[in-house]
Design a protein around this ligand. Sequence first.
Ligand code: HEM
Length: 415
Amino acid sequence: MTNAVEAAGLMLAEPGTYTDNDRLHEGLSLLRRESPVHRVEAADYRPFWAVTRHADIMEIERDHERFRNAPRPVLSPRALDERLEQMVAEGRALRTLVHIDGREHRLLRAIGADWFRPSVMRRMESRVRELTRRSVDQMAALGGECDFAAQISMDFPLYVILSLLGMPEDDFGLMRALTQELFGNSDPDKARDLDPASATLVIDDLFAYFGKLAASRRATPTEDIASTIANAQVDGEYLSDQDVLSYFIIVATAGHDTTSGALAGGIQALAEHPEQLRRLKADPSLIPTAVDEIIRWTTPVTSFMRNAAEDCTLRGVQIRAGDALLLSYPSGNRDEDVFADPFTFDVGRTPNKHLSFGFGVHYCLGAALAKMEIAAFLQELLPRLDSLELAGEPALAATNFVGGLKRLPIRYSVT
Ligand code: HEM
């Protein structure tokens, strides 16, 4: 194994890698070519296998009996893994859909899934359109220049998901701060402090907030996801407090930074590819393929992990029971075996079998909502947009989980 391949593996654990897309993709291309199932032993992390080819990621996600989410569904430093294990033992850790497997996962997922069906999505559409109008009006009011990531795309998906959840608008600011800390906790601009234990403090705050919300929805159910979750039963029993709160937290957090990351990254891509912007403005029927291409291009979730339940081989590599495998979605989404010209941004790309929402039984619950939000934003913005360009250096957040732009200075003309 060459030093360059070893370095490419190690970089996957470094949050800073995700601030530099060129470096990231150079390393991922090398891994796909030279060592597609690659053992990484990075300081401060438990060992894991980096899986970088599209076909292998699909195979692992499809085989959910053999490759399970528990006990290590996401990459985090050893110290945080250990702290979370302690919290699990104390019964106060997050136990969301992504932490659970098998029948229990299926039953819990079914509770929330009703809310994300197309018919419910259509009912949501008018609220989403109202929020997109508000965001584009705000762009106009900002007078032709703004930091799109900080001033526009951060709030719009947050407001959508929190409205769906049934939270009062007065609490949106608090949720924004908490979810950013939870996901961006390696980035100095976002973290409470750089101690890995800070993420567990955030979880305590989220638990406290949602505990009150659950109690109020049990006392007085309303027409929102919070009431559905608080009052749901599995096998004739209400969910435990831990499961109810974890459910609120996954819905509130998973639907926020991910979608804002895709939206801001999409605006950057359109600013950097004016010919694609012109094409899309001239033919709005391309919006659905453009949305998928934006989500492939930006790949806001850098990875999820799976844990081997038994010994097996993958591409000739021996994997042992208990080994963790990191599924690199940005790599799968640039795999030359699946995508023609993977490094070309093409708003008309079809087919587009990107892995940004994962695959299989854990496939993103909010995928249709995320796509609807980005499509609604483009439908509102494009007819009102006369010009768009970068007005400074964009900056990506330093995180090895949910990535995306934290700064996107743009100059534009919006009517
Ligand atoms: C799971 C990505 C938006 C809720 C996931 C997974 C990914 C992902 C990669 C894991 C899939 C797997 O393990 O195979 C994204 C991206 C989004 C987005 C890129 C935006 C562009 C949303 C939204 C919601 C949401 C708007 C709204 C509630 C969830 C939930 C899960 C999930 C609840 C866990 C599903 C399970 O484990 O069964 N998402 N997501 N996501 N996402 Fe999203």
